[in-house]
Design a protein around this ligand. Structure first.
Ligand code: ATP
Ligand code: MG
Length: 566
């Protein structure tokens, strides 16, 4: 491809609207153009990178036995009503009416459409297993679209759906996708981790996320320093601690704590640590108040609570709502004589002589003990894991790192097939629900994540498999026929040898050509300038490690081949 002929509108300045580096670099390197909030045109260079990801995804999906199809983006609301998700999905689902007043929506994901196909086309155990996938534009009316392609409203997803006769067979299909995803992200040249994940709005019993490790990741993941365990923090299980044995239970006392409503101020006032206090948080879960007890220095993990309660929406109650629900001003809530549904994190019953609110303004209780002074029947893991907790799998130390979710696989079970009546006939003639799995990759997000992980101050450092062009040839002698001819010869040779090659044949200063080559992130840069005439050599520079070598023209193909093979 010739730079003089392509549309790659690069920018020198860092665009002010872009907060994260991948968004900045994608704008600066002419990948994308914003149309409106969260909606972008993929310009040729950006699209070429997306196609690289798509090709790897397609090859690995086909290799795993999945078949490609393409489903409509506009979907009838009736299908979504059948699965029960029309109401449940929330405002990310863009709903609208067509000219005949038929309610419709834009597909944020395709479980409903694919289940409709399955119930019409998969009738017998002989038709199974089947795995169908597509690579297609999705629309989610995200509340805060941001970071460019990282969280768009319109984005490209690969979504696959598997259908099996029973759980065991579904697990085989799941495992195939798990392996395929590992291969896909390895082949993309990304540093990633596969983690245990929450199933979220898609539903299902079991899931893994694939996370590209990068500081700007929106997800935090916990990784064991010893074993293979890794989990999204939302999901990361906390290992149960034992009740401190042998500590004497002191007599309960009521203390005045005037105006002390926050954990820190109560602790300072009473001269105790936050690990001796238990806070009682009130939340509205699908509008219903619930109180959750948690050690003073712990964070509630709302996703765990949401799953425990089986609700779709959860938020902290405001002061007035707390008072309405409990009759106690916020800051003084406690477990004794609680009027609200009361839950406790599993750590609470293990604590001794704790301090809690007295359910009375300006008072707290001290030396309160579970079992002696209060009971809670609903005890579970509700708190967030911290970096100081042990690995729930092997007990060794863990660390927390940031990640970008690029893929997510779910074992769905029969929830969609049962609600939408997708049954098949087994060997014995019995009607059974299809057992499903679904598997997504954020194709456009992968490109953003790759840049987030691979860049320097000068621009993108493309992992070779995702680079639209592996090599760029800088012609620095546009007015010198000998230099130009050499540059063109190299360009022709490399193309012929099968490399995707780019040539900067613009009438621009060398400085600009060097800067743009760095910005666009070509893995190899070949400079053809005056030195060529002196030494009959050209300089080849590797973008990744910055090394340069002088090479004779005829050795270029083998040199690049061997570099790419490593
Ligand atoms: P997130 O938690 O980031 O909102 P999600 O869990 O809702 O994503 P899934 O339903 O699992 O997303 O979708 C499959 C994949 O699609 C995700 O793993 C992610 O890579 C990608 N994806 C989801 N939402 C977006 C978006 N708004 N923009 C770009 N990619 C997205
Ligand atoms: Mg997800």
């Amino acid at each position: 491809m010739r730079y003089s002929q392509v549309l790659i509108p690069t920018m020198k300045e860092v665009p002010s609207e872009a907060e994260v580096i991948s968004h900045q670099l994608m704008l600066r390197a002419g990948f994308i153009k914003k149309l409106t909030s969260g909606i972008y045109t993929y310009l040729p260079y950006g699209l070429a990178a997306i196609r690289r990801v798509e090709n790897i995804v397609r090859e690995e999906m086909n290799r795993a036995g999945a078949q490609e199809l393409s489903m409509p983006m506009v979907q009838p609301a009736d299908l979504w009503k059948e699965s029960g998700r029309y109401e449940k999905y929330g405002p990310e689902l863009l709903r609208f009416k067509d000219r005949h007043e038929r309610e419709s929506c834009l597909g944020p994901t395709h479980e409903e459409v694919i289940t409709d196909i399955a119930r019409k086309e998969m009738h017998s155990y002989r038709d199974l297993p089947v795995n169908l996938y597509q690579i297609q534009t999705k629309f989610r009316d995200e509340i805060r679209p941001r970071f460019g392609l990282m969280r768009g409203r319109e984005f490209i997803m690969k979504d696959a759906y598997s259908f099996d006769v029973d759980d065991e067979a579904a697990e085989v299909s799941y495992r195939k996708m798990y392996d395929a995803y590992n291969r896909i992200f390895e082949r993309c040249g990304l540093e990633f981790r596969c983690v245990e994940a929450d199933s979220g709005a898609i539903g299902g019993s079991f899931s893994h996320e694939f996370m590209v490790l990068a500081d700007t990741g929106e997800d935090t993941i916990a990784v064991c320093n010893e074993c293979n365990w890794a989990a999204n923090l939302e999901k990361a299980e906390v290992k149960m601690s034992d009740r401190r044995a042998g500590v004497e239970q002191r007599e309960m006392v009521k203390v005045e704590t005037p105006g002390k409503r926050k954990v820190q101020s109560v602790c300072e006032f009473l001269g105790i640590g936050p690990d001796q206090l238990v806070k009682t948080l009130v939340l509205l879960a699908d509008g219903e108040p619930v109180a959750v007890m948690l050690r003073g220095d712990r964070e509630l993990e709302e996703v765990k609570l949401k799953n425990y309660l089986g609700v779709t929406d959860i938020r902290p109650a405001e002061d007035k709502e707390i008072f309405d629900a409990t009759g106690v001003p916020s800051g003084y809530l406690g477990p004794i004589n609680s009027k609200t549904r009361l839950l406790a994190d599993q750590e609470v019953p293990a604590m001794v002589n704790l301090t809690v609110g007295a359910n009375e303004k300006n008072y707290h209780l001290q030396n309160v003990n579970f079992g002696r002074d209060f009971e809670v029947t609903e005890v579970a893991d509700f708190r967030q894991l911290t970096k100081d907790d042990p690995c729930p799998s092997c007990g060794e130390s863990i660390r927390l790192v940031e990640g970008i979710e690029v893929g997510h696989i779910f074992k769905l079970g029969t929830s969609y097939s049962e609600s939408m009546n997708a049954y098949y006939q087994d060997r014995d003639g019995n009607e059974r629900p299809l057992v499903m799995g679904c598997y997504g990759i954020g194709v456009s997000r992968v490109v953003a994540a790759a840049i987030e992980q691979n860049h320097d101050d000068n621009g993108i450092i493309f992992p070779v498999p995702l680079a639209p062009y592996q090599v760029t040839v800088l012609n620095l002698g546009l007015n010198d026929p000998e230099v130009s001819a050499a540059a063109e010869r190299i360009y022709g040779q490399l193309n012929e040898a099968g490399f995707d090659t780019f040539i900067d044949d613009r009438d621009e200063r060398p400085g600009i050509k060097f800067k743009d080559a760095d910005l666009l992130g070509f893995p190899f840069r070949i400079t053809v300038g005056k030195r060529f005439k002196e030494k009959a050599m050209v300089e080849i520079r590797c973008r990744q490690d910055g090394t340069t070598e002088d090479i004779g023209i005829d050795d270029l193909v083998s040199h690049i081949s061997s570099k790419l093979a490593n």
